[in-house]
Design a protein around this ligand. Structure first.
Ligand SMILES: [Zn+2]
Length: 341
């Protein structure tokens, strides 16, 4: 491992936000990750109500060190929220009863080293202590063969990396008491289209909250009919073992059987950027990040409509609980026909 690695610009950006807005949000260092001579903080930022039962939106980025643009999208939204808090009365009021939790840079060591995994070679998105797939899973879905290969899950089942532990603990602490919670984890990968994935990742079976999830996206389609996303179960692309969101979803359900937690992953389609700039394939930052500054700015703001929509859902009780059993069964059937039939 190199001794001198540059400070990731995303860590510097987060530090700048803490200096400027430290009085408006609760910044907390969850753990530190050592890379060469550097010790990089893994930081969570909590905004709004500190009531443990408050509805919660969780926004996560930078799980994979090669997908830096994901961290930058999260940082951009965090900056907008913190600035708006100076003057935006409706936002301030909504935050009296609900909360946002940001973990913008989950894998600072991977970003510093320019690799997908953490510094120990573990793919954090394959590192959950449970959630093994029982369906046939390709190499990309996680393996324990060698840390030299991508998608490595770690040596021992049940053992988790410090970054994974920090993320699981902070979400457990802030969301497992909430009666409703939503999360969005921002990645950047192959393909031309921006995709929204939902659990399960380990199996092609539908998740127990398919009705609520289908209903959420029916509302999204109706409210934003020109949105850009393709919505699908993660496992439709490929199944994964050790997916953090599968694990957190199951744990939440154990802790809060009558509540609802909907974890989403935004997989930004980076091929459009590659197509427009082939040099990106050989970029030092890897192929999954836009190279041109104007393109980066466009992507930094592109998902604000989605994030605002998710926040309004978190703040609005009616869509989550105003169900008769009949309505819920019908919503389940529609969602099943949309994604699983
Ligand atoms: Zn990723």
């Amino acid at each position: 491992m190199p001794r001198n690695v540059p400070l990731p610009s995303e860590c510097a950006e987060l530090d700048g936000l803490m200096r400027r807005h430290g009085d408006r949000a609760r910044f907390r260092t969850l753990t530190r990750v050592d890379v060469g001579t550097r010790s990089l903080p893994l930081v969570a930022v909590e905004v709004g109500s500190d009531d443990e039962r408050a509805p919660t939106m969780i926004v996560v980025g930078g799980v994979h060190g090669l997908e830096r643009i994901g961290a930058r999208v999260v940082l951009s939204y965090l900056r907008t929220v913190l600035e708006a808090l100076r003057w935006d009365e409706p936002l301030r009021r909504s935050l009296e009863h609900a909360r946002m939790l940001f973990v913008p840079v989950v894998n600072p060591g991977g970003i510093a080293l320019g690799r997908r995994s953490n510094p120990r070679g573990v793919d954090l998105m394959r590192n959950a202590p449970t959630a093994d797939s029982w369906e046939s899973t390709p190499l990309v879905g996680g393996h324990r063969i060698s840390a030299r290969l991508p998608w490595y899950r770690g040596d021992e089942p049940g053992e988790v990396e410090p970054e994974t532990r920090a993320l699981l603990d902070v979400i457990g602490h802030h969301a497992f008491e909430s009666e409703r919670a939503l999360s969005i984890d921002v990645h950047s990968g192959f393909g031309l289209q921006d995709r929204l994935w939902f659990p399960y990742a380990r199996t092609r079976q539908p998740l127990p909250n398919l009705a609520e999830l289908g209903h959420l996206f029916e509302r999204f389609d109706a409210t934003h009919p020109n949105h850009v996303y393709r919505v699908e179960p993660q496992a439709q692309a490929y199944t994964i073992s050790g997916d953090l969101w599968d694990h957190l979803y199951d744990e939440y359900r154990r802790a809060q059987p009558s509540g609802v937690f909907l974890p989403l992953t935004l997989e930004m389609g980076s091929w459009t950027w590659v197509r427009k700039n082939l040099r990106q394939l050989t970029s030092r930052e890897g192929p999954f990040n836009p190279k041109a500054p104007h393109r980066e700015r466009r992507i930094r703001r592109r998902h604000f409509t989605l994030l605002d929509f998710l926040w309004r859902c978190v703040c609005s009780p009616a869509p989550w609980h105003a169900w008769t059993p009949q309505e819920r069964a019908e919503a389940h059937q529609r969602a099943f026909a949309r994604w699983y039939a």
